[in-house]
Design a binder for this molecule. Structure first.
Ligand SMILES: C[S@@+](CC[C@H](N)C(=O)[O-])C[C@H]1O[C@@H](n2cnc3c(N)ncnc32)[C@H](O)[C@@H]1O
Length: 227
């Protein structure tokens, strides 16, 4: 049964230049975006009304033409998971009030906040970008779930997830692969890992959910059970 989330009500608008410019490109292009060595994003050229109005093909060509300096280190840019996909991720993870959900690379906090609002789930969101964490904290306050959730600036590769029962990911493959040994070492039996669109190397998922989301894009959700 589908759960209807009012994420846009919960989270409000994101920075359009960030989300829409990228989100109009196929979601798999997340991996085409590379950051400079100092961690900042490469510039998005204004095209007419600005990056937020960039056409998908133009954006894809721009990404493909990025120079080598822009290709280190793997870091997922902020592309928000749409509300209907958040809902399916929570259902695939079988989230309930007894869970502790960690979103590694939490962006504006929408997954953690939705779980708290709908199920009363306690949650932790970490993001490497301080602006996202500020945004997530403001969104949690607006949603009235501050008492259930915590957001902090942290590298997902340094996050202690040992008290998590659910971990959600929407990162790039290279990061997922690096995370795997940490997840399997720290998570306890019964914990679940759910990833949006990106597998974790050759780790065989226990469940896969493929569907077309409300925005017309094909989505793949993966679930791994910790044994
Ligand atoms: C694709 S967005 C996903 C946001 C959110 N989880 C969602 O599904 O809407 C990826 C997020 O991960 C963050 N990120 C990228 N690399 C990270 C890392 N190594 N550690 C923590 N956060 C990271 C980015 O700043 C960005 O906000």
């Amino acid at each position: 049964m589908a759960v209807t989330l009012g994420i846009s009500d919960i989270c409000g608008p994101s920075e359009a230049g960030d989300e829409r410019a990228v989100d109009t490109v196929e979601v798999h292009d997340l991996e085409s975006i590379r950051y400079r060595d100092d961690g900042t994003a490469p510039p998005m050229p204004a095209s007419g009304g600005g990056a937020s109005k960039m056409r998908p093909m133009g954006a894809a060509l721009l990404l493909l033409s990025m120079p080598l300096w822009a290709q280190a280190p793997p870091r997922a840019p902020f592309v928000a998971t749409p509300p209907d996909v958040v809902s399916r991720m929570l259902m695939l993870a079988d989230v309930g009030p007894q869970d502790v959900l960690y979103d590694l690379g939490c962006g504006d906090g929408r997954i953690v906040i939705a779980a708290a609002q709908i199920f009363g789930t306690r949650g932790v969101g970490v993001d490497i970008d301080p602006l996202r964490v500020e945004e997530a904290q403001a969104n949690a306050k607006r949603a009235g779930v501050e008492h259930l959730v915590t957001f902090r600036v942290q590298d997902a590769l340094e996050t202690d997830v040992s008290d998590a029962t659910v971990v959600t990911l929407y990162l790039v493959s290279a990061l997922n692969v690096k995370l795997r040994p940490r997840l399997t070492a720290m998570l306890r039996p019964g914990a679940r890992v759910v990833s949006h669109n990106f597998a974790i190397g050759d780790w065989e998922p226990d469940a896969v959910d493929v569907f077309i989301s409300a925005d017309g894009l094909s989505r793949t959700l993966y679930r791994w059970n910790i044994r």
